[in-house]
Design a protein. Structure first.
Length: 260
């Protein structure tokens, strides 16, 4: 995670971002700290990345890399405004003992567009990550990559439309409206038992969630997901990240998972 010390919305690279709308920085920090403390209280270790004043979107740490089996696929950002974040992440991995690091040839925005199940890596495209990054990830991780086409600009990253609930049983939840008809059919075929989110919960960024297989941390506004999650024996934990929503991100965007 990376604290939102320098968070602000000065440019717009997704429909959620409105530079005219004020951001309450101290509230953003407090909300982010609550999320960090929730992870710790659940027994998870949180590593921190040093924020940089010239990179206001750095709080969305999920985009900086993808780690599977301890192997690190670096990011390459679609927008110039975020380009320099990729190197900051790689620097952290090098300083923290990761040796299998691949600097990507193609644009990929880390876990924004890569979701990991036990069997597959699900990969978004259409707005940010290049379809070519899917082959690159498959080759580097040696896991089958399933490409999914995103079609609604509000759901510009895969992690705004789909979330892995259990990476052992391959349980996922997603909002079908974010995907092309073909990709919807692929998801229905691979995950016939998936939790299907409604539009209102997707619009509250409810799919931007992090699950440890039992607790699901998600934006608290996605009230329609709480019941269905409980019915599947998950424990939903609502988190208020209203300020970070103004940049187009929530729980998952703020969290990069280090899979050993
Ligand atoms: N403002 C950021 C952007 O548009 C938000 C990134 C959200 N991160 C995510 N994993 N979806 O790039």
């Amino acid at each position: 995670m990376c604290p939102p010390t320098h968070f602000e919305v000065t440019y717009s690279i997704n429909p959620w971002m409105d530079p005219g709308k004020p951001v309450d920085l101290s509230l953003a920090l407090a909300q982010w700290e609550t999320l960090r403390d929730r992870y710790r209280a659940l027994g998870h270790t949180v590593e921190l990345l040093e924020p940089r004043a010239d990179l206001p979107d750095m709080v969305y740490a999920a985009n900086g890399a993808t780690v599977v089996d301890g192997r690190v696929l670096g990011a390459r950002f679609a927008h110039r405004e975020r380009e320099a974040e990729a190197a900051a992440h790689l620097e952290w991995f090098r300083a923290n003992g990761f040796t299998e690091i691949h600097e990507p040839a193609h644009i990929n925005e880390g876990e924004g567009d890569f979701a990991v199940t036990s069997t597959y890596i699900l990969a978004g495209r259409g707005f940010r990550s290049s379809p070519l990054s899917h082959d690159e990830a498959q080759e580097f991780f040696g896991r089958p990559v399933i490409g999914l086409e995103l079609v609604d600009p509000r759901y510009y990253h895969l992690d705004t439309a789909l979330s892995v609930l259990d990476d052992e049983t391959d349980e996922i939840m997603y909002y079908p409206g974010a995907f092309s008809p073909g990709s919807r059919a692929v998801l229905a075929r691979l995950f016939p038992d998936a939790l299907i989110a409604r539009e209102a919960d997707a619009a509250a960024l409810g799919l931007n969630a992090v699950s440890d297989g039992r607790h699901v941390l998600l934006p608290q506004g996605a009230v329609g997901l709480f019941g269905p999650l409980r019915a599947r024996d998950f424990e939903p934990v609502g988190v208020d990240l209203s300020e970070l929503l103004k940049g187009g991100g929530s729980v998952k965007c703020c969290t990069q998972e280090l899979r050993p």
